[in-house]
Design a protein around this ligand. Structure first.
Ligand code: MF3
Ligand code: CO
Ligand code: CO
Length: 259
């Protein structure tokens, strides 16, 4: 990320992003009822792959290599359970159980454009703490989006998120950030989910990027598993995440990843 130029999208290109975003949201809606105790994360992956193809789209994560990385992502979606922060790899061995939380992150490519969105779901009945963490994380995303205004600064977004997360006693992951998204999966600008109001790049109409706060129950520190993808909390406490792809408009913001 960061080697390409930051690009501003035309309204025609934003219309393409809207199509991809809408399919991404519809895919999460489609998977949601499958999230139950006893289902494996591989079953979620396989249904996502089938559904994506059936809708004429392609799964961006499958075979994706973070520039410079040498381990292509082996599956079509990311499934991040409990202490996994992000980039969990679906597996037949991972069976969801009552009380788990699972983030499902999907990115179909439609006509060359990426729709990137994720939600954290409850498996069965959550503990009060898990419920609070997930609700706070979703509100962090919405407050981050509300902070997007042409003429504002990228730091406004992280400040809004960090303030709300920390007020509830949670922490904001530093190692992963939101990103520009268009024909390229991960491009500039980077969108940290922490920061200072008034700092950072100017927010301009035509910018399209993700906001995807990862909020931890305990400390923000992350650790990479030996598969080189799965990121988990260092203290093994819970982590939740929600993500939307948004476009900056003349007078505000449009969420592109709504059904
Ligand atoms: N969808 C993730 C994001 O929000 C990226 C996944 S990269 C993958 O940026 F290779 F792990 F799929
Ligand atoms: Co993303
Ligand atoms: Co994503």
């Amino acid at each position: 990320m960061g080697r390409e130029q930051l690009i501003l999208l035309s309204s025609r290109e934003i219309a393409k992003m809207r199509q991809a975003g809408r399919l991404a949201a519809a895919l999460l809606d489609h998977l949601a009822p499958m999230v139950k105790p006893g289902v494996s994360t591989l079953e979620l992956n396989d249904e996502a792959e089938r559904w994506t193809k059936a809708h004429g789209a392609k799964s961006a994560p499958l075979g994706y290599e973070i520039p410079k990385g040498k381990f292509p992502f082996p599956k079509s979606i990311c499934t991040s359970v409990n202490e996994v922060i992000c980039h969990g790899i679906p597996s037949a061995k991972q069976i969801l159980k009552d009380g788990d939380i699972i983030n499902i992150d999907v990115t179909p490519i439609v006509d060359g454009y990426h729709g990137d969105t994720s939600r954290t779901f409850f498996v069965g009945t959550p503990s009060p703490l898990a419920k609070k963490l997930v609700e706070v994380t979703q509100e962090c995303l919405m407050r981050g989006i509300a902070a997007v205004k042409p003429g504002g600064r990228i730091g406004d977004i992280g400040a809004a998120i960090q303030e709300y997360a920390e007020a509830h006693g949670f922490s904001v992951v530093r190692d992963f950030v939101g990103h520009g998204v268009n024909r390229v999966f991960h491009g500039p600008p980077q969108i940290p989910h922490y920061g200072t109001r008034g700092k950072g790049k100017l927010i301009r109409p035509g910018m399209v990027f993700t906001i995807e706060p990862m909020i931890n129950e305990g400390s923000w520190e992350a650790e990479l598993q030996s598969d080189k993808w799965t990121a988990l909390t260092k203290d093994r406490k819970l982590s939740a995440q929600f993500e939307h792809t948004i476009a900056v408009t003349k007078d505000g913001v449009e969420i592109l990843t709504l059904p």
